[in-house]
Design a binder for this molecule. Structure first.
Ligand code: ZN
Length: 295
């Protein structure tokens, strides 16, 4: 079964209810959102009534909460611990975000593993595993999904090996709570040609286990395979192209895993900016590309 949706906005006045309404307007049966700004740790309280109404609306429309995802803010960086206060702040903030997931009854959260900056890859991996061990120790009922990254700058998590090493360093009871979120743009930019998705999945299964994949971000990329750039393009308008993305989306090994679009809005810096998701979801369901931007 295809579960497809997009990034959506979680705003103060409508919160999760607004997210569900927005998703339904795109024809989605899955979704993702940040519980506040993705660049800051400012958070408004969650309104119980709006959460309840949102879950009712999800039920009425057959949206299973297991296909819905929260994204942790970008600023959390567990890979560098040179400033101990900052490192501890990020661990505590991650814990708070996980608790917000429980409050919202959305039980999956995606996290960028982090950038080691002034350290090195080995220390970065150790710091991430250590941070997760602390943050997840006493929190049950939320799955933490480490995102596969493009390898921009000093990012950790841009290979199966990076993710495997992090997961192998986790405490037993934490390991069961940690999963992976793939991202087609990041995979392409990290050096994976998506025409070889089956080889990638085979290696992933051997090293980590394919059942650890709990979400896939579906994005085209402005850049070539191995560019380490991370610039998301609209579906069919980038260097990956529509056909390869469709093969990933409909790969039988990835069936039933929620697929989330994080593609840029059209005319995004202008007054008439609009979300591409309804169009992209239609094309994906029909498996047919339409040049809707230039029509
Ligand atoms: Zn992400």
């Amino acid at each position: 079964m295809l579960y497809i949706g997009s990034h959506t906005s979680f705003l103060k006045d409508k919160q999760l209810l607004g997210v569900v309404e927005e998703s339904l307007s795109y024809g989605s049966n899955a979704f993702m959102f940040y519980t506040g700004s993705n660049q800051s740790t400012l958070r408004f309280p969650i309104n119980e009534e709006l959460t309840k109404k949102a879950h009712e609306l999800m039920k009425e429309n057959n949206i299973d909460k297991n296909n819905c995802i929260v994204h942790a803010p970008f600023i959390i960086n567990l890979a560098n611990n040179t400033d101990k206060d900052k490192y501890n702040f990020y661990i505590n903030f991650l814990k708070q975000e996980l608790k917000r997931c429980i409050e919202l009854d959305i039980r999956k959260m995606v996290l960028h593993p982090g950038s080691y900056t002034t350290l090195n890859r080995t220390l970065g991996i150790e710091n991430i595993a250590n941070g997760l061990n602390i943050a997840l120790k006493d929190i049950d009922g939320v799955e933490l999904l480490l995102e596969y990254m493009s390898g921009k700058g000093t990012e950790v998590g841009s290979s199966i090996n990076d993710l495997e090493e992090i997961i192998n360093k986790l405490d037993k009871n934490v390991k069961d709570k940690v999963f992976v979120c793939l991202d087609t743009c990041h995979m392409n930019d990290s050096g994976v040609d998506l025409k070889d998705i089956d080889n990638f999945l085979e290696e992933f299964d051997k090293k980590i286990g394919i059942n650890k994949i709990k979400c896939i971000h579906i994005n085209d990329s402005y850049n070539e395979v191995g560019s380490h750039k991370d610039r998301h393009a609209n579906i069919g308008y980038g260097k990956i192209g529509f056909e390869k993305l469709i093969k990933v989306i409909y790969n039988p090994k990835l069936d039933n895993i929620p697929k989330i679009l994080e593609t840029p809005w059209i005319n995004r810096n202008e007054k008439d900016a609009w979300a591409p998701y309804k169009k992209e979801i239609e094309m994906i369901r029909k498996e047919e590309f339409v040049d809707y931007i230039n029509l």
